[in-house]
Design a protein around this ligand. Structure first.
Ligand code: FE2
Ligand code: FE2
Length: 245
């Protein structure tokens, strides 16, 4: 019986030893793994927050430039008198100056020298206005939603193109009769174009464009107008009157 008991206790002791051999390394590995995972997680968090801090500290060059452009647009807007503080008002200022010349261009009773002089001042403004309008206003409307607005912009391009063609013909001809006929048609064409832009296109742009988009358009329009009109007088200055004082 004692022998049997002795054998049994040896058996249990052997079993316990075997279990210990199998499980102790397993538990040890488990604990180590847990600690390692925790440490790795901590390190990951540290690196991410460091990266976030670094990103916050050094914004990209593109972001800085964008901020500067928006700030500049706002500063330009603040400097302008109230009537030119949005793109629609600025365009209308140019249109009003263009209208100063429409009567004289189609007045066949007027002296030709006077009409030709008026044409030169008118053409300097019209060319600058159309180029600036296409780049700063027509082109960016492609990003805005609105089928009717896109149709009006497409018509605007065609009317600008017709006006460019008529101006090229006027500048080529020496014959007063041909000059007068083209100047008359140009005057009527522009009268119609300004009216349509103000009645149909500009209200759609004002309604659709965000305040920021409107300001971007205005800043670019003023920049291009200032850059592209060579001969500026009090009568043909348009929106430049507001910018240059
Ligand atoms: Fe216009
Ligand atoms: Fe136009």
């Amino acid at each position: 019986m004692l022998v049997k008991n002795g054998n049994e206790s040896n058996l249990w002791a052997g079993l316990a030893k075997s279990l210990a051999i199998v499980f102790i390394p397993f538990i040890f590995r488990l604990v180590c793994h847990e600690n390692f995972s925790r440490r790795t997680e901590k390190m990951k968090k540290k690196t991410t927050s460091k990266k976030t801090r670094q990103t916050k500290k050094t914004p990209s060059l593109g972001l800085l430039l964008k901020k500067e452009v928006v700030k500049l647009g706002q500063q330009i807007g603040d400097l302008l008198p109230l009537e030119a503080q949005d793109i629609v008002a600025a365009i209308k200022q140019d249109h009003d100056s263009l209208r100063n010349y429409l009567g004289i261009l189609k007045d066949t009773e007027k002296d030709m020298t006077e009409r030709r002089r008026a044409y030169k001042a008118f053409a300097a403004l019209l060319k600058s206005h159309s180029v600036s309008e296409e780049k700063a206003v027509y082109r960016p409307t492609a990003d805005l939603a609105g089928r009717e607005m896109h149709i009006k912009v497409a018509e605007g391009y065609v009317e600008h193109h017709v006006a460019d063609d008529l101006m090229a013909r006027i500048e080529r001809t020496k014959d007063p009769m041909t000059w007068s006929a083209h100047a008359n048609v140009l005057s009527e064409n522009i009268e119609h174009h300004l009216k349509e832009e103000e009645r149909d296109l500009l209200p759609l742009i004002r309604k659709t464009a965000s305040a920021k988009k409107n300001m971007d358009m205005l800043a670019q329009f003023l920049f291009l107008r200032g850059q592209s009109q060579k001969k500026v007088t009090a009568k043909n200055a348009g929106v430049l009157k507001s910018v240059r004082g």
